[in-house]
Write a protein that binds this ligand. Structure first.
Ligand code: COA
Length: 438
């Protein structure tokens, strides 16, 4: 049997044969289907890309039906247990796990680029005292590009690599400083003796002590969270990174756009919603009543369900184990008992089972962040730090992809047909009046 699809256009009775490649047909193949010569040709209509592959990618693999997540072929469970965030970042960026020497060099390069230009400090102090840390993060990442004008040479592999190192190294500094500004605390400079996650905690929490020494269990927990959040294939922000990058703008501007996409509550803000929900439930004894309310359509069970995963999110499993190691040090978060009871009831309830609603990565991550002393406004920023590696891996792949062109979707125009300009004195109702009347 040939790998083709035969289509019959019932408007004309004509039949077309379209090639099937990797389980997909090229949308452009539809353009040959026309009612007459003047016809533009058939398009596919897919708002939100529900069934459209926009790239061929070798970075991350997800099988949502069975709950599989792999970076470059390596299962997330193995990376979360065996790897470090920087090793995982190297894997995402370059496709293979590093040798000992390669990793040492990469770690060295990242560590020695954690400092930012002093102008960044001035820029950050210019924000209002209560500026949201994620708003600051998005703006400062974009501004960082102005300090490296050579970054515009995106077709030069050496220039690309230099920006990749700078971005991965500097985002924790910008992230921590956005928090310190928001709190009215002095900025803490990076400490090059410390590892990636440790240094971030130091820049967040160091006060008068000469050296900040976080508990190793907490450092490891943060490292695991960074590994789990490093990439997730063509999600909203990765798609933004690739689309903006396809115009060949510098990676700082593209990454600021990706981070802006992550700022939205439908993408990076769900774990905050989980915490609010758990606080609202207030006590384990209120869980059954809350679940009944969700089932009757009064709101959603936050941290449950996923567009891609129709099984237990593999990251949620790992996070749950990580939570135990954190709570051993920090003491148990009282909201955890409510979360555990919610999960238990939901996993047995027909409503959730039949809709394949399982806990996702956000169900437990907020509880851990809270236990680590990280405020909710920082949650999207904490997501952006490790996702920088994923965004850059997606960007690097796109830049050298011979099939990549500037991203530019088609539209189905539904507006007015051609009409003649009406002089202002002849216009009867104003647009706002018309809208109000409709
Ligand atoms: C993630 C999410 C947006 C995915 O949405 P989606 O793939 O578009 O799924 P749908 O909205 O089509 O939902 C399918 C069905 O499950 C129900 N459902 C989905 N998520 C639900 C939830 N968290 N609680 C209760 N019901 C839910 C919907 O009401 C719908 O039921 P219906 O078929 O009776 O109408 C959705 O599951 C959600 O809102 N979850 C809570 C927010 C969250 O945790 N987001 C973080 C994602 S990482």
């Amino acid at each position: 049997m040939p790998d083709t699809l035969t289509l019959t256009d019932n408007r004309t009775g004509l039949t077309y044969e379209v090639a099937i490649e990797d389980g997909a047909v090229r949308a452009n193949a539809l353009r040959q289907i026309k009612v007459d010569e003047a016809d533009f040709g058939l398009m596919s209509y897919d708002p939100a890309f529900l069934n459209t592959a926009s790239v061929r990618s070798a970075v991350t693999f997800i099988d949502g039906d069975v709950g599989i997540l792999r970076y470059r072929g390596y299962p997330i469970e193995q990376l979360a247990t065996e790897s470090t965030y920087l090793e995982t970042a190297f894997l995402l960026l370059f496709g293979e796990l590093p040798t000992k020497d390669e990793l040492a060099r990469f770690e060295h390069e990242i560590t020695f680029h954690t400092f930012v230009h002093e102008n960044v400090k001035t820029l950050m102090t210019g924000f209002r005292y209560d500026a949201h840390p994620m708003g600051m993060f998005v703006s400062v990442v974009a501004a960082l590009g102005t300090l490296y004008p050579e970054a515009a040479k995106v077709d030069d592999p050496d220039v690309r690599l230099a920006q990749v190192i700078r971005l991965i190294a500097k985002v924790p500094t910008i992230a921590a400083w956005s928090y310190r500004h928001n709190k009215g605390l002095p900025f803490v400079y990076p400490d090059n003796d410390l590892g990636f996650a440790e240094n971030f905690l130091s820049m967040m929490f160091k006060m008068a002590e000469p050296k900040y020494e976080p508990d190793p269990a907490l450092v490891r927990a943060l490292e695991v969270l960074f590994i789990l959040h490093a990439d997730h294939e063509q999600n909203c922000s990765a798609n933004a990174m690739r689309a903006i990058g396809s115009s060949k703008v510098d990676p700082y501007s593209a990454l600021a756009g990706a981070a802006a996409a992550l700022y939205g509550p439908l993408h990076g803000g769900a774990n905050e919603a989980v915490l609010r929900m758990l606080a609202q439930i207030g006590d384990v004894k209120n869980v059954p009543e809350f679940v009944e309310r969700v089932k009757s359509g009064e709101g959603r069970l936050m941290g449950f369900g996923h567009r891609v995963y129709k099984n237990y999110d593999p990251r949620a499993k790992i996070i749950k184990e990580t939570a135990d190691s954190v709570f051993e040090v920090t003491g148990r978060n009282p909201l955890l008992d409510i979360a555990l009871e919610l999960e238990k009831i939901a996993l047995e309830d027909e409503y959730f089972v039949s809709r394949k609603l399982y806990p996702n990565v956000d169900f437990y991550s907020g509880l851990i962040y809270q236990a680590l002393g990280l405020p909710t406004a920082m949650f999207p920023v904490l997501f952006a730090i490790p996702r920088t590696a994923g965004w850059l891996a997606q960007w690097l792949e796109g830049i050298v992809d011979p099939e990549q062109k500037i991203a530019r979707p088609r539209q189905i125009y539904i507006g007015a047909d051609e009409r003649s300009y009406v002089p202002i004195e002849q216009r009867s109702a104003g647009v706002r009046d018309l809208v109000a009347a409709s």
